[in-house]
Design a protein around this ligand. Structure first.
Ligand code: AKB
Length: 316
């Protein structure tokens, strides 16, 4: 039986991934940790521990004591926040990864999931249908840390047999826990503001296309990659994951199908330069071929679902 550790259970991905894993593997086999308070559902639904991934000894003890067999390490400072504290963000992002790679090397928890991002690409990368293997010159701290992380993951796989698995997440769209400090956060905020105020001021310009994915698809595919036969994985760096590409203007017009009076204005800030350096769309055919990446939510289904769920959430 797998015993799974999720580091970063209080974040946007962790708060949903823990619930999906507990459903699948049993509540007592999924250990949730974070330095921030989790949702009640996570705290009450199975083991939770306040644990700092930057504290190597504590992490190793925890993994050994609980006979953990696989780890999802979701701890990271996202792109927007990382630009405000570049050196600190580099230290946190890299140390969090290196600690889990070393724990995997030293313990029985050999299987490690670590999220990379579309941020590994940069202004010299082909912007449309970006291939799996291409020019990668990220110019953000977050992107540089993700690219370095991918290289380290592959290194630990080939040198030390760590079963490292990763995807390059596009922007993730969800309603349970809001994201914090990313460039793609607008695509979540816009739905909350549409319900609360029927208007939104967007920090990206109207024609900025970026790849995005609804959280249900992201979680399903993440678990699918972790369950895939290792022999079918031709890559041990990180797989492109495309999702759906759209602009703020396009998402606003989707919202107007449900809320005809919805208004949007545009006031690009420092995150515009980050978005401009990322791909507009991605080719994820390698992941589809190797381990069956498959997503179900298009822009229409995702928008309708977001609006309905946020409305219910706000109504309590
Ligand atoms: C961010 O915007 O920083 C993240 C990402 C694309 O990795 N959502």
């Amino acid at each position: 039986m797998e015993r799974i550790l999720v580091i970063g259970c209080s974040g946007q991905i962790g708060s949903e991934l823990v619930l999906a894993l507990r459903k699948k593997y049993g509540s007592n086999n999924v250990f949730a940790t974070d330095i921030k308070n989790p949702t009640d559902e996570i705290r009450e639904g199975g083991p939770f521990q306040n644990l700092d991934v930057l504290d190597y000894n504590n992490l190793l003890h925890y993994v050994v004591r609980h006979n953990i067999t696989q780890v999802y390490n979701l701890a990271a400072v996202l792109s927007g926040n990382a630009e405000k504290i570049p050196l600190q963000a580099w230290d946190i992002n890299m140390k969090a990864l290196m600690n889990t790679l070393q724990v995997a090397q030293e313990s029985q928890a050999k299987k490690l999931f670590w999220p990379s991002s579309i941020a590994v690409f940069g202004p010299t990368t082909p912007r449309h249908n970006t291939p799996q293997l291409t020019v990668m010159e990220p110019n953000t701290v977050y992107g540089i840390s993700k690219l370095a992380g991918e290289r380290w993951g592959e290194y630990f796989y080939s040198k030390y047999g760590v079963d490292f698995r990763s995807v390059r997440y596009p922007g993730l769209i969800s309603y349970k826990t809001e994201p914090g400090g990313g460039t793609t956060d607008y695509a979540v905020e816009i739905f909350f503001e549409a319900i609360k105020k029927n208007r939104y001021e967007c920090f990206l310009s109207e024609d900025t296309a970026l790849p995005m994915m609804f959280m249900d698809d992201a979680i399903k595919n993440t678990i699918k990659l972790m369950e895939a036969d290792g022999d079918s994985l031709s890559l041990r760096s990180s797989y492109n994951m495309a999702g759906i590409s759209f602009t703020p203007k396009e998402i606003a017009s989707e919202i107007r199908k449900h809320k005809p009076d919805f208004e949007i204005t545009y006031k690009p800030d420092f995150r515009q330069a980050i978005a401009d350096s990322w791909p507009a769309s991605i080719d994820d055919s390698v992941a589809r071929k190797d381990w069956g990446l498959h997503d179900e939510f298009g822009i229409g289904k995702m928008s309708a679902h977001m609006l309905k769920k946020i409305e219910e959430k706000i109504a309590g």
